[in-house]
Design a protein around this ligand. Structure first.
Ligand code: GLN
Length: 313
């Protein structure tokens, strides 16, 4: 029997929501000052199937900054624009085994063995978006995110300002990627556009819609728009599987089999190809920078619904 029935999905969502509601582990990111002030109790779950049905539980109104989850959608955009080879050849697609803003990982192979989901690779990916001016590039990114989410998203200005004032480390990363020839445009402009893309506000439903679009071969299952090329989605998902939860990506894949991506704002998305996209928002993070409740809830829900693509039993 197909486990993806309305009753099964609602039950899986509610069970996981209740089970982890009291879980108090982890804490908000605070290296970006604005993130420390976000309400830690925000907790919402959304699952959207590839036939466009939306299931939610908890807080799906509150917005947090998308942060590193944005890396996935800029990646898809650059693949559409320049082909999957452009990413492979520039920064690589391997896990670094280091934290997301590692300098050591850049130095080891002069920036050639990164991936688009850690900061060095992500800022480089943003630098690859075609456009003459800052506004032209930003406009393309914004439009693409809106199409993935199926509504117009907005930058959370306090988060943007706060990170822009404190992102010296990312600027250093961008200069290194420039020094090694990976970033060929102004590295500070690329860093600033990257910082802006990380500050886009999303709720749990927005994130689930973005994930469901990937689950549905790049076509938003609710608006029906083909947002990104279907042929590139397998590569996007492969990088998510490899590096979506940074140095804990292996542990995550072992538990769920799902391509996923976390952000330090507290969001986590996961994709069950052909079946559903799921997202949870809960700001407290573990030491690797991944939301504690979100990891637990998504693993339980997906496993209850047969979401693991490696499990055909
Ligand atoms: N904007 C954040 C940074 O660059 C994103 C990090 C994250 O979500 N892991 O540090």
């Amino acid at each position: 029997a197909d486990p993806l029935t309305k009753d099964n999905i609602n039950k899986a969502l509610k069970t996981a929501f209740d089970k982890y509601k009291g879980l108090q582990e982890g804490k908000n990111a605070d290296y970006i000052p604005a993130l420390a002030k976000v309400d830690s109790s925000i907790y919402g779950i959304a699952l959207i199937t590839t036939d466009g049905k939306v299931y939610t539980v908890g807080d799906i109104k509150s917005e947090v900054s998308i942060q590193s989850i944005s890396k996935v959608f800029t990646l898809a955009m650059v693949m559409d624009q320049s082909g999957t080879r452009a990413i492979f050849d520039n920064m690589g697609v391997d896990a670094t085994g280091q934290v997301f803003n590692s300098i050591v990982a850049i130095e080891q192979y002069q920036g050639a063995e990164m991936n688009p989901l850690v900061n060095a690779g992500a800022i480089t990916t943003t630098s690859l978006v075609d456009g003459k001016t800052y506004d032209e590039i930003w406009g393309k990114i914004e439009k693409k995110y809106n199409e993935f989410a199926g509504r117009d998203l907005k930058v959370l200005d306090d988060v943007y300002q706060s990170e822009a004032e404190t992102n010296q480390r990312n600027r250093a990363i961008a200069w290194l990627m420039s020094a090694y020839g990976h970033i060929k445009t102004d590295p500070l402009r690329a860093t600033d556009i990257y910082t802006r893309q990380c500050s886009v506000g999303v709720n749990a439903k927005d994130l689930a819609m973005m994930a469901a679009t990937l689950a549905n071969a790049g076509k938003n299952p609710v608006t029906g728009k083909q947002v990104t090329k279907a042929e590139n989605v397998p590569e996007v998902l492969a990088v998510m599987a490899t590096a979506g939860l940074y140095d804990d990506a292996g542990k995550w894949l072992y538990k769920t089999g799902l391509p996923a991506k976390s952000g330090v704002g507290g969001g986590l998305i996961a994709v069950s190809p052909g079946k559903f996209g799921i997202a949870v928002i809960s700001p407290p993070l573990d030491v690797a920078g991944n939301s504690v409740r979100a990891q637990n809830a998504i693993a339980d829900i997906s496993n209850a619904l047969g979401g693991n693509p490696y499990d055909v039993s």
